[in-house]
Design a protein around this ligand. Structure first.
Ligand SMILES: [Zn+2]
Length: 69
């Protein structure tokens, strides 16, 4: 699976959509940007609450977003 990484603006929000994933640099897990309900990486650095439309990231330096190619 190819990964094309997004440039993340500090206060610009996060990209989201089908085929878009968030990658955690702490546990190296990744989660879908639009999960069915909610999703989190193994260490919970990244938590996505789809119902609330909210993405919580504890350590932004260890956060990346990519889409599959
Ligand atoms: Zn993690």
């Amino acid at each position: 699976m190819g990964r094309i990484y997004f440039d993340i603006a500090p206060f610009g929000g996060y990209p989201a959509g089908p085929g878009v994933y968030y990658e955690c640099g702490v546990c190296e897990d990744f989660v879908p940007s639009i999960p069915r309900n909610a999703a989190a990486c193994a260490c919970r650095n990244i938590v996505v609450d789809a119902d609330a439309g909210r993405v919580s990231v504890k350590d932004h330096a260890r956060f990346r977003a990519f889409r599959t190619a």
